[in-house]
Design a binder for this molecule. Structure first.
Ligand code: PTJ
Length: 252
């Protein structure tokens, strides 16, 4: 559908359009549209903009990615459809592989996502071969099977739009977990080491900008940023920001 740029909901409508197109080629599953709807509802409560607490979490996430020995970006259908090109850019910048790890898993979908990411310029795409698989214990779905060269040996995993089960299991496996999730109350948000409560379409491009800015900082400075961060305190700040935004509507 051709959406006019002058439509007041242009951005939101074009994101929906991207998801439905990705559904038609098998990148996104129907359940992904439902998940997106839930995300949109929370985005309203943020005024559809990046909050101060999300910006803070992004700085910590960037510092963590830059100081990790083996960071990995885990992607699902929605993430690839919405920000595939930016994920490839971020992976190149931090020198990390991209691992496809699907909740609604099928070999066909894994191949579709991998070839799409490669067309966007990704060099190191994992998660499509059974050869190098290991199991992350405590995950009820097929997402427990991961690549030993990727999530299996990662010290930090970036997980946009994740299910809580796997976020918890990755934490138990002693990995640092960076979540991007519009729902600050989700299990993923609550268990992650760093939670960016923001729309993935704003968060990944913003994260690229922050990583570029922090690239020249010393390791000591970066480690100080990660050590002084309290994720639960920052999520409470996000909730306060949402409440303040709603209060603004009361007085309108
Ligand atoms: O591609 P697959 O098979 O791996 O499946 C992907 C989905 C998203 C269907 C699957 O991972 C799933 O069911 O996820 P959940 O458990 O519904 O969680 C998705 C979370 O992402 C929810 O907390 C949403 O609020 C949040 N969310 C949805 N859209 C966005 C988002 N967060 C950030 N940006 C979004 N655009």
């Amino acid at each position: 559908m051709n959406i006019s740029r002058h439509h007041p909901r242009y951005l939101s409508l074009s994101v929906r359009e991207r998801l439905t197109e990705a559904l038609s080629v098998g990148i996104v599953v129907p359940q992904g549209l439902i998940a997106h709807g839930r995300g949109e509802a929370f985005d309203y409560l943020l005024g559809e903009k990046t909050s101060l607490s999300a910006s803070k979490a992004m700085s910590v996430a960037a510092a963590l990615l830059l100081t990790s020995n083996h960071p990995v970006i885990s992607v699902n259908g929605n993430t690839v459809a919405l920000v595939g090109a930016d994920v490839v850019r971020l992976a190149t910048l931090i020198g990390s592989p991209i691992e496809i790890n699907l909740f609604h898993r099928s070999i066909r979908r894994e191949r579709v996502l991998a070839s799409y990411l490669r067309r966007l310029g990704a060099r190191d795409v994992l998660g499509t071969t059974k050869k190098a698989q290991v199991t992350v214990s405590g995950i009820a779905s097929l997402r427990r099977r991961v690549d030993v060269r990727g999530i299996g040996s990662a010290d930090t995993v970036l997980i946009p739009l994740e299910d809580g089960d796997r976020a918890e299991a990755l934490k138990r496996a002693r990995k640092k977990v960076i979540a991007i999730d519009l729902n600050p109350l989700s299990r993923t948000s609550q268990v992650a080491s760093v939670t960016i409560v923001d729309n993935v379409v704003r968060a990944i491009p913003a994260l690229i900008r922050v990583v570029n800015r922090m690239h020249s900082m010393s390791r000591i400075e970066l480690l100080r940023i990660t050590r002084n961060f309290d994720n639960h305190k920052n999520i409470r700040r996000t909730l306060r920001e949402m409440i303040e935004y709603l209060k603004g509507w009361q007085t309108n």
